[in-house]
Structures are given as C-alpha cells and as structure tokens.
Design a protein around this ligand. Sequence first.
Ligand code: AMP
Length: 352
Amino acid sequence: MLKRGAKIGIIGGGQLGRMLALAAYNLGFKTEIFEPQNNCPASLVSNTHICADYDDINSLTEFAQNCDIVTFEFENIPIKAARIIEENANLYPNSKSLELTQDRLVEKNFIKTCNLECAPFFEINSLEDLQSAITKAGTPCILKTRRMGYDGKGQFVIKTPDDAQKAWDEIGQNPAIIEGFVKFDFETSIILTRAIDGQIVFYPNSQNIHENGILRTCIVPAPLNEKQIAKAQEIGAKIANELNYVGTLAVELFVGDEIVVNEIAPRVHNSGHWTIEGTATSQFINHIRAICGLPLGNTEICAPKIEMQNLLGDEILSIPELLKSPNTYPHDYGKNEIKAGRKMGHVTRLIK
Ligand code: AMP
C-alpha cells in the first residue's frame, strides 16, 4: 500500500494524465509527469515534469527512480521505455498489457486465445496480401495499421477490390491488418478497475457515438439488457484476469446479435469521463486506488441518465454558456492551441 505523500509517475501528459494527476492529488499523493512536450495538460496540475523523449534512457531511469510507482495514460509508449521503467520501479498496468495492445495483430490474436469474439482479421505485409485478404473478408472491409492508430487514424475503409492500391498507399504501406466489417446496432465500452488482489469493479456501460472516427457523445446507461451487461462484464473480466491487469481498463465493444470486441485500451478511457460527476468514485480515482493498493470505491451511476460530450476545437469557448444550465459540468484540459477537431475538453450532463 502506497503511503500518503508518495510520488506517482505518469507517462504521458495529455488530458488523461491530467485527470489521473488530479485524482492522485485528492488522495494526498504527489505526481511526476514524463512527457516530451512542455506545458502539457498534465504537467500544469502536477508537482514535477520531466520533459524528455521516450528514448532518453537517462531521463527514463531518473523518472522511475524518483517515483514510488509508475502508471501511464496512453498505450503507444515504446516498449523499450516501459522495460526501463519496470527495471527501476513498479509499473501498473504491466508492460505485457502495453505490448499486447500496441499492435493490432497481436491484440486480435490475444482476443482469440481468450475465446472472445472479434471481427475476422488477416495479416497484411504487401499489396498481394491485401488483395487476397479483400477476397476472403469481402467488401466493405477495413485496412488498419498494426501500430499507432487512434481516433480512426491509420485506417481505410475498402469499398471495392479496386480500392486496394489506394488504401495500401494511404496507410504508407506499413504492416497492417484487414478486418471484416462487423454489422452492429451500436458501440459500447466496458470499463472496469482491477485491484492488485484481483478484485474487479465494473462501471455501467455507455453507448458511444463517433463522428469522423472520433468519440463525440456517450450516453449512460447504454440500452443493453441484463444478459448483454453480464456478457460485457464477462469479456472485460476475462481480459483483465488474463493480463493480470492492475488499474482501470476499457474494452470497446460492438453490440449486434452478439457482442464483439473491437479494441482494448489498457488505461482510463474517454468513454469513462462521465464517471467524474456520474459516480462516487471516478475511473481515475479507482485507477489511482488500484495501483496504490488501496480499496476500490463505489461505481454506481448517480443519475437516471448521463450524457458526456467531447468539446472539440473552439467549442471549448462555450464553457461560460454551458455553465448557465443546471447539472452541467464542463472540463477544460488547458491546451494552449485550439485546433479544429482537437479534443479540448468535455461536458457531462446529469439528466434527472
Ligand atoms: P477503431 O480505431 O478500431 O476503434 O475504429 C474506429 C471506428 O471505426 C470504430 O469505433 C467503429 O465505428 C469503426 N470500425 C472499426 N472497425 C470496424 C469493423 N471491423 N467493423 C465495423 N466498423 C468498424
């Protein structure tokens, strides 16, 4: 169990790191951020910031040695960096969780070994692989880079076999997978927190609505029946237990006739931001509790319905207006530069 005043290292300084740092601060812990960019959202609310690149071995070692435990806010940390941290400090979640989720092919194979449903997939290393996979998967299908894809980036929807060359060029001819198209009614995610002793708490599912590949709105609770909720929780628990996971985990799911796994996020997740006002113990607080060896808290929803909307680009300027409405809680991530489509904040509405 981590002692009061201990220091938690957070790799990555974006909004997720910021909300983790605020949660840690509420429990009396100090935080140190490791992030290459100055004045990042998390460093603005943390005790210290190591501003260095992820291949800077000396800085990574110093960071790990400064901290009592280390966690992360994004899964694309080079695995070498994670290993250096693990040699010098306790890293939660473990580097295995990172390694599996950094590469879509490895992740999909892992999902299969867990006996869970996912879209049919094929490994792509050449245009010839792609052409043959399109024949097997049928159209439409989706070409996705194995690494560094997020918010719909590094993806190409193939509508006809003639799209192959264009799609291959579009993703920079990088190692990829083809996924068969899943027919689903809506998307949801299961968010859970697993403690060091293996105890798991689940959050209510949200319905996730995307626009242009970016999460736009979450509606909680999602329209799932009891059997579907139990299935979603079973999927989340299976993955968390297999990984010996510690902390908050999100699994994105497609809901149709069956529940199909889309993606695993080994971290707190955008579709769980509503938990800050919508539950007594947010996904961020439970993550900090879990990695510090503290008891987990209540995850029940505290309003009949909750809506979370991301504030993109200059929508962030609407916060004074949003504050005029009752039960409306906007968050500003403190990013200096407003860019069209950039996640600048979010707003949660409790609907009574
Ligand atoms: P991803 O980055 O893999 O989460 O994909 C972004 C979005 O693309 C998802 O949230 C879905 O809306 C859509 N998508 C991804 N993969 C598939 C698939 N195999 N079948 C249908 N839609 C998909």
